[in-house]
Design a protein around this ligand. Structure first.
Ligand code: GLC
Ligand code: CA
Length: 554
């Protein structure tokens, strides 16, 4: 069977070009700057870069309000720079995924401008209109507290238009075949310029029926197959990584039972329960979340992440669970957002505690799927809560102790660089951590390197081991006659666990520690006993290091 689908075991790194590195000194990160940091990303072990929206945009939602799908915002460079960038990535063996934001456009997009001015324009039907204010206008907002409605009146069109997100983001009428054809054209364009796929924004809304009269919107899942077929016809290895925060029982609808729809989805279910598990020192609901999302076609993969550019959405947890996560990781009202989430970066959520950061990353790297890292989290960057909404966690990358953290020579960076406090760039930056063998950055690089040598995680079948300690997560992956085992102590107390390996053939096997010298020999009853430090973790190979000689071909 195939084992070389690149995304099944990738290391994806999410970067926003505007806040990574400013080469021309105007205060805004750009492609030329990003290109100079490709060696850094390669050194870290990244195998794919997910680029956040960089197309021309009024930037009222950090570029998620696109005004031209076929260009590069002049603040970041031009199409030539983009191609230099994809080429630079290719040379270093890194793939490029870009955001595909086609649920809506900016209200400054020429399509929308024409649609509102000319009722007979073909673009009129590219958006979703209603003469009268729909009854549902005040429901279904995505940003409660900031966004008031999903229908707004347009003076020029003399009609209401639908917007799932902010009012400057009119929804595209994705049921219109012309709109669908345009989406394919957009994908084809960027594929030709060297990308390997798309992080598709807001997928459930893209495929949902839209309109004033729609009471119970139905999803058009077949649209996903259309997208995916087109992609693979044009470029066999291209994928869609979907942002779809949906319930586990619809996962297979998104993947397609035979894998004919989306190749990847972010695992929001596991993400929320992972934070609950860390907040409550209890692995049980995380195990449930992994079991609930276990089923997927062989060719499909989960994207496992800790934090991203949005708030940590806890909307799917029970009220009590959400409260537990809030109290542990975001107790102040100002740290919370949209009545459902936490807007902080990972490091401050975990109080900068190195043990907890390592535990969190070790989990992310070993959960079933492909890890997705947010830029800056590899050095433990903090947030700036004085910035509005999600902007607090979108501050520039901290490269060095030079002014503005080495991000720009300008004294007016596009977003303030974090300067003060424990997370300020004088304390948290790449240059210092590069020199320190014990830094988080160097730890991460070593972990990524090891993760790449454990393809069992991406391909294998996982099962849990019984330890009778809910604070300890013990899981094992098996693939091609090889097995690996991971222990994570979610609690703040040391824990001793005793467990038996799952397979009969593994009785009497030693566990070889992949990260340090303390291996585990089975006791007389074939059980292993391991003492885990507070927030401790272990990566083991089952049965010794000659495993590669035992690996079977299928
Ligand atoms: C997605 C993005 C978010 C954006 C929204 C509207 O949820 O992750 O950042 O605001 O879509 O495009
Ligand atoms: Ca610049």
């Amino acid at each position: 069977m195939i084992n070389d689908l690149w995304y099944k075991n990738a290391i994806i790194y999410c970067v926003s070009v505007g806040t990574f590195m400013d080469a021309n000194g105007d205060g805004i990160g750009d492609f030329k700057g990003l290109m100079r940091r490709l060696d850094y990303l390669q050194g870290l072990g990244v195998t794919a870069v997910w680029l956040m929206p960089f197309q021309p945009s009024p930037h009222k939602d950090d570029g998620y309000d696109v005004a031209d799908y076929y260009g590069v915002d002049s603040r970041y460079g031009d199409l030539g720079d983009f191609v230099e960038f994809t080429h630079g990535c290719e040379q270093r063996g890194m793939r490029v995924l870009i955001d595909l934001v086609v649920n809506h456009t900016s209200n400054q997009h020429p399509w929308f401008k024409e649609a509102r001015h000319y009722p007979n324009s073909k673009y009129r039907d590219w958006y979703v209109w209603s003469k009268k204010k729909p009854k549902s206008a005040n429901t279904g907002v995505v940003f409660p507290g900031v966004q008031k409605s999903t229908w707004s009146y347009d003076d020029v069109a003399r009609a209401y238009y639908f917007h799932r997100f902010y009012d400057f983001q009119p929804d595209l009428n994705t049921a219109n075949p012309d709109v669908q054809a345009e989406i394919l054209k957009i994908m084809g364009f960027w594929l030709q310029l060297g990308v390997s796929g798309f992080r598709m924004d807001a997928v459930p809304f893209v495929i949902s029926q839209k309109g004033a009269k729609v009471r119970n919107p139905v999803e058009d899942y077949d649209m996903l197959r259309t997208f995916s077929q087109f992609l693979t016809w044009r470029e066999g290895e291209a994928i869609i990584l979907a942002e779809a925060n949906v319930l586990p029982d619809t996962d297979m609808k998104y993947f397609g039972t035979a894998g004919e729809r989306l190749q990847m989805m972010f695992n929001f279910e596991v993400n929320q329960h992972l934070f609950y598990a860390m907040a409550s020192s209890d692995s049980r609901t995380l195990i449930k979340a992994m079991q609930a999302t276990k089923r997927r076609p062989l060719t499909a993969q989960w994207g496992q992440f800790l934090r991203n550019h949005d708030e940590l959405d806890l909307g799917r947890l029970e009220k009590q669970q959400r409260q537990t996560v809030f109290s542990a990781f975001g107790p102040e009202p100002d740290m919370q957002l949209y009545q459902r989430g936490i807007r902080r970066r990972l490091a401050p959520m975990l109080q900068g505690d190195r043990r907890r950061l390592e535990l969190a990353y070790s989990l992310m790297l070993t959960l079933p799927g492909t890890p997705v890292i947010r830029y800056g989290d590899e050095i433990g960057m903090g947030d700036d809560l004085s910035l509005p909404e999600r902007n607090c966690a979108r501050t520039p990358m901290q490269w060095s102790t030079e002014p503005n953290g080495g991000f720009t020579k300008s004294d007016k960076p596009v977003s303030p660089v974090i300067h003060d406090g424990a997370y300020g760039y004088p304390h948290v930056n790449v240059a210092d951590q590069r020199r320190d063998p014990n830094s988080l950055l160097n730890w991460m690089e070593r972990m990524i390197r090891m993760r790449k040598e454990v393809p069992e995680i991406g391909w294998g079948d996982f099962s849990f081991l019984t330890t009778r300690r809910p604070e300890v997560l013990a899981m094992q992956y098996c693939w091609r006659n090889n097995a690996v085992l991971f222990l994570h102590n979610l609690g703040s107390e040391p824990r001793e666990v005793h467990f038996q390996l799952n397979e009969a053939a593994e009785k009497g096997c030693a566990l070889v520690n992949l990260l340090s010298n303390d291996h585990s020999q089975p006791e007389r009853n074939d059980k292993h006993g391991v003492v885990l430090e507070p927030y401790g973790y272990r990566w083991y190979r089952v049965c010794g290091l000659d495993y590669l000689l035992k690996r079977s071909a299928s």
